[in-house]
Design a protein around this ligand. Structure first.
Ligand code: PEP
Ligand code: MN
Length: 336
């Protein structure tokens, strides 16, 4: 249920509605809009009855929310959400570049990569310190040392740090180094991690699991919002299909779908989406035109020697060229 307040409803009228929601054992979520405030209700098992609210002063309308996801839905909040990451915005109509190595491998490679990323105009640096790997024998990240390097990257360059958190145990340490917490494909439905990140209120980049429907991705995001964290950025990173020529099937249609059904920003990760270096730039350009709020790219000083995901990592030259292309396409998109 969504309660729409009248235009110009008073603060105490909004408070009173929230109070009434709490009296019924439910949770109110105030959603400010440019025209009027809406109050979403969660915590109900069955339908909530409009009569409980319609008579309260300042209430205009009570609308049932038809979708299983509520707070992430455009029905509840028609205006796009802009996530502010320490002054850099995602979802404001621009196309943010988020680039860096798959894994932070050393201080030297992280700093060299960050310099290229910053000089190409990006405001976000990605790099894993805790890496989920299929094989327990593969490189699984520098862990705390990797986080310390990321903190140094932030200090030296005008870059916000995006790094993956794999579990609740390491969440406090990762949150200290990160400006944006990445919850990876393998953890999209790790509900205890979602709950902990929801309580933290730090921006979260939530990646679509490799076999998740768009609705399952939105329901995972709903966990974060239901706990009060509205700073959520969704990410399409490819799904598993019968196709084997690409690492995953990059679902560009998901970008349009997600933007239609939710107000949350959505970025594209063509690096994991296709998994082949030469196919990444065309998919990045396509995702920009399709309306992505950001593009995440893996870039490495020497992809052949990368400790993870070298086959899909761009060289510095390839990355710089792509960053220019994305900026041009984003400018074209804005003019339309
Ligand atoms: C990554 O970004 O390096 C990563 C592991 O991504 P995903 O969770 O999408 O596989
Ligand atoms: Mn990777």
């Amino acid at each position: 249920m969504l309660i729409l307040m009248a235009q110009g409803a008073k603060r105490e009228e909004i408070e009173r509605v929230c109070q009434r929601v709490r009296e019924l054992g439910l949770v109110p979520h105030e959603i400010p809009g440019s025209m009027r405030t809406a109050i979403g209700i969660t915590g109900n098992q069955g339908p909530v009855h409009a009569e409980a609210f319609l008579h309260l002063p300042g209430v205009n309308e009570c609308v049932p929310v038809s979708k299983p996801y509520k707070l992430v839905s455009r029905e509840v909040k028609p205006e796009a959400t802009v996530v502010d990451v320490n002054g850099q915005k995602i979802g404001d109509g621009s196309c943010a570049m988020i680039a860096g190595p798959c894994s932070v491998e050393s201080r030297e490679m992280a700093m060299r990569t960050a310099e290229v990323v910053a000089n190409s105009g990006a405001k976000f640096f990605r790099g894993g310190a805790f890496k989920p790997r299929t094989s327990p024998y593969a490189f699984r990240g520098l862990k705390q040392e990797g986080l310390d390097i990321l903190v140094e990257v932030r200090r030296h360059f005008d870059l916000r740090i995006v790094t993956e958190v794999m579990d609740t145990e390491t969440l406090p340490a990762v949150a200290e180094a990160a400006d944006v917490l990445q919850i990876g494909a393998r953890n999209m439905q790790n509900f205890s991690l979602l709950e902990a990140a929801g309580r933290l209120r730090k921006p979260v980049l939530l990646k679509r699991a490799m076999s998740a429907t768009i609705q399952e991705l939105l329901m995972a995001a709903e966990y974060l919002l239901s706990l009060g964290n509205y700073n959520v950025i969704l990410c399409e990173r490819g799904i598993r299909t019968f196709e084997t020529m690409t690492r995953n099937t990059f679902d560009i249609a998901a970008l349009a779908m997600i933007k239609h059904h939710t107000h949350l920003p959505v970025i594209a990760d063509p690096s994991h989406g296709v998994g082949i270096d030469w196919a990444v730039p065309p998919m990045a350009r396509a995702a920009t035109v399709a309306g992505a709020d950001g593009i995440m790219i893996e870039v490495h000083p020497d992809p052949e020697r990368a400790l993870s995901d070298g086959q899909q990592s761009l060289t510095f030259e390839e990355y710089a060229k792509l960053a220019g292309d994305v900026a041009e396409l984003a400018a074209w998109r804005r003019q339309r």
